[in-house]
Design a protein around this ligand. Sequence first.
Ligand code: SAM
Length: 214
Amino acid sequence: MNLWQAFKTHQGKPINKWMHYFPIYERHLSGWRNKNLTFIEIGVSEGGSLQMWQRFFGPMATIVGIDIDPKCKAHQERDIHVRIGDQSDTKFLASIIAEFGTPDVILDDGSHVMADIWKSFEFLYPKLSKNGLYIVEDLHTAYWEQFGGGVNNPGSFINISKTFIDKLNADYVPGVITQDFMTRFTFAISFYDSMVVYERGVIPIKSGIIVPSE
Ligand SMILES: C[S@@+](CC[C@H](N)C(=O)[O-])C[C@H]1O[C@@H](n2cnc3c(N)ncnc32)[C@H](O)[C@@H]1O
């Protein structure tokens, strides 16, 4: 069963996802099924998405939801952990890592406010496992002022993510673009309608290989 089928046949609590996210989830997440992974979703709301993820990833997954609303604690189940706190509170985020260990996949579906998205990303992205994934969804808010966004706002998560494209290519212009964590530990950044997906990797300093011709 793919994730779309899991969503369509879901009979549990309400899920709050856009339909066009499913092929994107499938592309990036299907390889993680039935693995020993730690998945964190920021934003629990009515609890249905955590149930869907649990069903999708399978019995070996540790599913963790975090939410600022104490009512969300009610969505804790046997194999679904819910912790209450603010996604912009790094002490709270550190307590999640301390409790559940290195996360493999983080999905930010929380406040959708640029400052909060950045605070969580800045703290959690370096904490991912070496091939981990960080997904931020509902990024149409990056274009909306009431969420701290705006087409030309440098603080929008879309605009911040665009600057990281240069970090992936920093080895080719030493002294011009500074090589940093993003350069050495990001395999890819994918942009979609309302979503950005960061794939962690371990990237050696570039050296070209020339295959000798016969
Ligand atoms: C869009 S809903 C989550 C929907 C859920 N992931 C789903 O797919 O069904 C957003 C949730 O983020 C929570 N939230 C808002 N601000 C937050 C913050 N600063 N830290 C953590 N959670 C927050 C809200 O309480 C709300 O439950």
